[in-house]
Design a protein around this ligand. Structure first.
Ligand code: OSB
Ligand code: MG
Length: 368
């Protein structure tokens, strides 16, 4: 891979409506777009999915920019790589900082696939022509949750996820089940419970949730194993799984029955695929998580979710779920509950340059 330049763009866009969890509200999304261009003028794109503040993981836009600028991009300069996997392996000399790594690594995958004239989905081993689409409802108002479910049902979404916490769970789920007894429903706790809440968590079994996502500590796998033994509802881990080893340990210990895979959370597509492959072999279903992302990361998610082990609809919604206008063209759309996997090479979407330019706050260029 003959890299000529790497460009970083810090971008910012308001959400159509606030995304509310017990950890706070996201109203404006900052992100990083990585553009890697080779000596033939071909470009690959990646997206850094860390937030402005460290509410979901420890990374932020600023820490990602530091890692990319001062450590990760220099690891590629003067020492070319042949394949994106080599970048993933080389980045192991930098501890953690998975979202920063994924921003650059995913751009390399797009470029590599384009150079091979192959859809990224195919290159990763994807087999699906379409992927099932789910959507997240993140509001502290029960009325709004019901209204949102109603309108997302009309848009055809196949699976609904609500954010819960010990102050906002039983009443919310009761009301949802009263209005929508049959919908495929799950709940994401974003680590808001402890083992002391075990009776409360057990009482959620009556709502026939597909799964409960990350009920306990962000880096716990031990207590989740104890909890899973007591719950009928399958536990899905999100925050706790940041490496292949975490996924293996969680499965071996019985800490979860499902895993949400996010390329950003695990350092890129190479690690995401390794986790997928292990889960597939162990008959642990996986689904692709979301990060309130822009179109580039969304496109990478679509490619990843085309792999055979992604048997549960993920948090891959339409561009219009969050944005007035996305930075890719065409935008991601959901029709009859599915998103089409592009057949063009790379991520299979073009950049909406006009929209991207409107959103850029800062820019850095690195020449090789
Ligand atoms: O916990 O899955 C999560 C968004 C940002 C950070 C963490 C999470 C989420 C979501 C997915 O719930 C939202 C989406 O992009 O659809
Ligand atoms: Mg989650």
């Amino acid at each position: 891979m003959n890299i000529a330049t790497v460009e970083l763009f810090v971008i910012e866009m308001p959400l159509k409506s606030p995304f509310v969890t017990h950890l706070g509200a996201v109203t404006v999304r900052e992100g990083i777009i990585v553009k890697v261009t080779d000596q033939d003028g071909c470009s690959g794109y990646g997206e850094g999915v860390a937030f402005s503040t460290p509410w979901y993981t420890e990374e932020t836009v600023k820490t990602s920019m530091h890692m990319l600028t001062d450590l990760l991009i220099p690891l590629l300069q003067h020492n070319p790589i042949q394949h994106p996997q080599q970048a993933a392996e080389r980045f192991r000399s930098v501890r953690r900082n998975y979202m920063a790594k994924a921003a650059l690594e995913t751009a390399l995958w797009d470029l590599y696939a384009k150079n091979k004239s192959q859809p990224l989905a195919k290159l990763l081993g994807g087999e699906r022509a379409v992927i099932a689409s789910g959507v997240v409802i993140a509001t502290d108002s029960i009325i709004n949750a019901l209204k949102q479910i109603d309108s997302y049902m009309e848009e055809g979404y196949q699976r609904f996820k609500v954010k819960i916490n010990p102050q906002h769970d039983i009443t919310l789920l009761k009301e949802i089940r009263r209005h929508f007894p049959e919908i495929p429903l799950m709940a994401d706790a974003n680590s808001s419970y402890t083992l002391q809440d075990i009776d409360r968590l057990k009482s959620l079994d009556e709502f026939q949730l597909l799964m409960i996502e990350q009920p306990l500590g962000v880096d716990d796998i031990i207590k989740h194993a104890a909890l899973q033994k007591e719950l009928q509802t399958p536990i899905c881990l999100d925050e706790s799984i940041v490496t292949f080893e975490d996924a293996k340990n969680a499965i071996d210990l019985g800490s979860c029955k499902v895993i949400s895979i996010k390329a950003g959370r695990v350092g890129g597509l190479y690690e995401a695929k390794r986790i997928h492959d292990y889960c597939f072999q162990q008959h642990i279903p996986v689904w692709c998580g979301g990060m309130i992302e822009f179109g580039i990361s969304r496109a990478h998610n679509i490619a990843l979710a085309s792999l055979p082990g992604f048997t549960i609809p993920g948090d891959i919604s339409a561009s219009s779920r969050f944005w007035e206008e996305d930075i890719i063209s065409p935008e991601v759309t959901v029709k009859n509950g599915v998103v089409e996997v592009p057949t063009e090479s790379g991520i299979g979407f073009c950049i909406n340059e006009k929209r991207l330019n409107e959103t850029i706050k800062a820019k850095k260029v690195f020449t090789f």
